[in-house]
Design a protein around this ligand. Structure first.
Ligand code: SF4
Ligand code: SF4
Length: 96
C-alpha cells in the first residue's frame, strides 16, 4: 500500500518562537573566530552581520564571542574591515 504524506513521521518542529538561545549550536563549529581587542576599532559590523547574535557587545564595544552559539560561519571575520581584520578564524582542533 502506498503511503501518503500524512503517514510520514514528523520531522523537527519549531513549536515556539524566540527559543534559539536554548540550543547550544556551538558544537557544530570547526573554525573558531578569535577576536583581537588591540586591533578592533569597534565598528560593530561583526555584531550586525552575525546570524547567531554571537558577538557580545557591552557599552558599544565588542567584549567577546558567545562560543556556545557561534557556528563558525566566518561572516564576522569576512565583514571586519580589510584595514583592521581583528577577527581570525582558527581551526577548532587547536583548542581541544
Ligand atoms: S563565526 Fe559566524 S556565528 Fe560565529 S561569531 Fe562569527 S558571524 Fe557569528
Ligand atoms: S568588525 Fe572587526 S573592527 Fe569592527 S567591531 Fe567587529 S572585530 Fe571590531
Amino acid at each position: 500500500m502506498t503511503k501518503t504524506w500524512k503517514e510520514l513521521p514528523e520531522g523537527g518542529l519549531i513549536t515556539e518562537s524566540g527559543n534559539a538561545h536554548q540550543y547550544e549550536t556551538g558544537d557544530w563549529r570547526n573554525l573558531r573566530p578569535v577576536h583581537d581587542r588591540e586591533k578592533c576599532i569597534n565598528c560593530l559590523f561583526c555584531w550586525i552581520y552575525c546570524p547567531d547574535s554571537a558577538i557580545i557587545v557591552k557599552d558599544g564595544k565588542v567584549v567577546g564571542i558567545d562560543y556556545a552559539h557561534c557556528k563558525g560561519c566566518g561572516i564576522c571575520a569576512r565583514e571586519c574591515p580589510d584595514k583592521v581584520k581583528a577577527i581570525k578564524m582558527v581551526d577548532e582542533s587547536e583548542y581541544e
